[in-house]
Ligand binder design. Structure first.
Ligand SMILES: C[S@@+](CC[C@H](N)C(=O)[O-])C[C@H]1O[C@@H](n2cnc3c(N)ncnc32)[C@H](O)[C@@H]1O
Length: 197
């Protein structure tokens, strides 16, 4: 499904990074080793590489990640791309200074597994940064999955990531214009969390 969506000339969510990531990235230390999960066409990975970070992008869509490499080339930065399903991808242990998930909408069982893996895979002091649509987004029609199970609930996410320390965790309504995929007022959760040292 995602290969078909990304099989187009332009970038479905544009080539600019997500607004929340742009702000949240100020917490990152210089030259961080960062994993971007469900990174699609690579706009966020390229932004982080342009800030001087070492970035790996993982996604199940090879079409998306091929476009991510094209975008990196256009920006004269390097990113590593790994085509893998998050169900199988090994994030390792204490391996990343930060893990970023922007509009990563997974089925409940996989979501719980990925949250567990993220907690394990962050280095002590490492950051988890995410913005994703809430279950209320189903009423907005401005982007995101049409399936309630794939949409997020802040309390559930916090419960699954309860070994992390909350720096910022909120549910808000905001204007999201990202390519032709995200087209207006939406309901999102935003999180910056840190693994205790
Ligand atoms: C809404 S797009 C977001 C892409 C990117 N994070 C962005 O903000 O531009 C969702 C992405 O999740 C990826 N995805 C969905 N399920 C996945 C899975 N099980 N494993 C890996 N990637 C997955 C899709 O391939 C797609 O690229």
């Amino acid at each position: 499904m995602w290969n078909e969506k990304f099989n187009r000339e332009d970038y479905l969510y544009g080539t600019e990074p997500n607004d929340f990531l742009r702000v949240a990235s100020f917490v990152l230390n210089d030259d961080s080793k960062i994993l971007c999960v469900a990174e699609g066409e690579g706009r966020n990975a390229c932004f982080l590489a342009m800030q001087g970070h070492q970035v790996t992008a993982v996604d199940a869509s090879e079409v998306g990640l091929a476009k991510a490499q094209q975008l990196a080339h256009a920006h004269k930065v390097e990113i590593e791309t790994v085509v893998a399903d998050l169900n199988d991808f090994d994030m390792g242990e204490q391996n990343w200074d930060a893990i970023v998930a922007i509009f990563c909408h997974l089925p409940p069982t996989l979501r719980q597994k990925v949250h567990h893996n993220i907690t394990k895979a962050l280095k002590p002091g490492g950051y988890y940064i995410t913005e994703s649509y809430t279950k209320q987004q189903i009423n907005y029609g401005t982007g995101g999955p049409k399936d309630l199970e794939l949409l997020l609930d802040l309390a559930e996410v916090q419960q699954q990531l309860n070994d992390l320390k909350w720096i910022h965790a909120c549910e808000i309504e905001r204007e999201i214009i990202e390519g032709s995929g995200h087209t207006g007022l939406g309901s999102v959760i935003q999180i910056i969390a840190q693994k205790p040292i």
